[in-house]
Design a protein around this ligand. Structure first.
Ligand code: ARG
Length: 463
């Protein structure tokens, strides 16, 4: 506005900025996405100035009308964005003055871009957390639907990626519902700490005018004003918390996507990914690649990177505001865009998976997967578990040598290793009895999984 630079802060400067410096410091390219929240915050500030007697009713109305006009221009794609004005805040303010006249110059009374950006980010993050939460809920719901549709289907459970014990596919899917439930709780918790009003902190020491910050907080739906002006303009921990929650979501979804990528191989053959969510190979005509799942798995990398970037930017910064902090935005926005992109595609991909129940059931019963059930059987007959483990180990070794699965051994073969084995042993070693035995709370027995599904649905509806 003033001085050779034409900047809002130009009064003190004799020379304009070097074009390289101007291009280097400008943040408009990325912070313009905060425009709507910047306008909302500015309108609330104008009303707060009015309540404090710093604007007459007519001045306040002129500023509010000017802000509405700016909003209409941006919404209509008619707003003249100017990079030389650095950021979204000065772009809005300059246009306000052009549209409303010199009275627009009163809006920045008692306010700094330092508390303004913290406000904009907090307002914006509140909205984002709402969208991300809804997206995670969608994923949870699809997983529950798929679990319900395959309620009785067994599959092998793995540890060390070795077949371990039979489980239900539904139990496996519901494990992810639990993870996402904790992710949603983490985001809700982060939202509580984000939802505090920084406006009124001004540059760092607090506004020099009698602003009722509690009224301002209520008007903008914040739970309270921040308690320390230095803290309000200098910390971005709400960004770090969001990025941290987003990184954990990315970690969980990368495991789900990793499971699907593995299950879609010819070696596993547990699932077929719909054509709509796979791609072909430019050279191998037979290929069907699980690209969507692979990319979901891969995107966890940038979600982690963005968290580490902002932690590193903030480390060791002297109080209070430093321009370094402007570097928080691109990582933040990238994580938001990444999560939103994942959450747009994942529910549909999950909904269109074809699970191969036959293949899974066959694998669930193979490779001595019910050996633990034989040990448990012997324990029920009174043998200490350690001895039972030894007996079963020898029985399995015999089975491998004889080329027989556990269920194919005769009673006489079983009895070679323990006289406690009776004619009821075969019934104890089926996939069904292995599953049914694990009826403990949180276990994979069909009854337990049915209850877990009902509890998960109730928790989803409540959260
Ligand atoms: N763009 C800055 C940021 O993201 C906000 C503006 C504060 N700039 C300043 N020179 N005080 O943190």
């Amino acid at each position: 506005m003033t001085g050779p630079s034409g900047k809002t802060w130009g009064g003190r400067f004799e020379a304009g900025a070097a074009p390289e410096a101007e291009a280097f410091t400008a943040s408009l390219r990325f912070d313009r996405r905060l425009w709507s929240h910047d306008l909302t915050g500015s309108a609330a500030w104008a009303r707060a100035l009015g309540r404090a007697g710093l604007l007459t009713a007519a001045e306040q109305d002129a500023i509010l009308a000017g802000l509405d006009a700016v909003r209409a221009e941006i919404e209509g794609g008619r707003f003249p964005f100017r990079q030389e004005l650095e950021d979204i805040h000065t772009n809005v303010e300059r246009r306000l003055i052009e549209l409303a006249g010199p009275v627009g110059g009163k809006l920045h009374t008692g306010r700094s871009r330092n508390d303004q950006i913290a406000l904009d980010e907090r307002l914006y993050l509140r909205d984002v957390i709402g969208h991300v939460d809804a997206g995670l809920r969608d994923v949870q719901e699809v997983l529950c639907d798929r679990a319900e549709a395959h309620a009785a289907a067994p599959m092998p459970g793995y540890t060390h990626l070795q077949r371990a014990q039979p489980i239900l596919l539904a139990h496996h899917l519901l494990a992810y519902v639990e993870m996402l439930g904790r992710d949603r709780a983490r985001l809700a918790d982060a939202r509580r700490r984000t939802n505090v009003l920084p406006l009124g902190a001004a540059a760092l020491a607090g506004a020099a005018f009698p602003i009722d910050r509690s009224a301002l907080a209520r008007e903008l739906d914040f739970s309270a004003p921040t308690a320390n002006s230095l803290d309000a303009v200098s910390d971005r921990d709400y960004v770090v918390e969001f990025l941290s929650a987003a990184a954990i979501v990315g970690m969980h979804l990368s495991r789900l996507a990793g499971d699907l990528t593995l299950w879609a191989t010819a070696e596993f053959g547990f699932v077929e990914i719909a054509d709509a969510f796979a791609t072909g190979s430019s050279i191998m005509p037979q290929k069907k690649n699980p690209d969507v799942a692979e990319l979901i798995r891969g995107k966890s990398g940038r979600l982690y990177g963005n968290l580490v970037a902002v932690l590193t930017i903030m480390k060791g910064l002297p109080l209070t505001y430093n321009s370094d902090m402007q570097e928080d935005k691109e990582p933040l926005f990238d994580s938001i865009d990444t999560l939103e992109a994942i959450l747009r595609v994942l529910p549909a991909m999950l909904r269109t998976l074809t699970f191969r129940e036959g293949r899974m059931r066959e694998a669930a019963g193979a490779h001595y997967s019910t050996a633990t059930d034989l040990a448990d059987y012997l324990v029920r007959k009174g043998l200490p578990f350690r001895e039972a483990h030894e007996v079963v180990g020898k029985t399995v070794r015999h089975g491998i040598a004889a080329g027989k699965e556990l269920g194919e051994l005769s009673l006489e073969e079983f009895q070679r290793f323990s006289s406690l084995v009776g004619p009821d042993v075969h019934a104890a070693l089926t996939v069904e009895s292995s599953l049914a035995a694990r009826a403990v709370l949180g276990g994979t027995a069909p009854e337990a999984v049915k209850r877990a599904l009902a509890a998960a649905r109730a928790a989803i509806a409540q959260a």
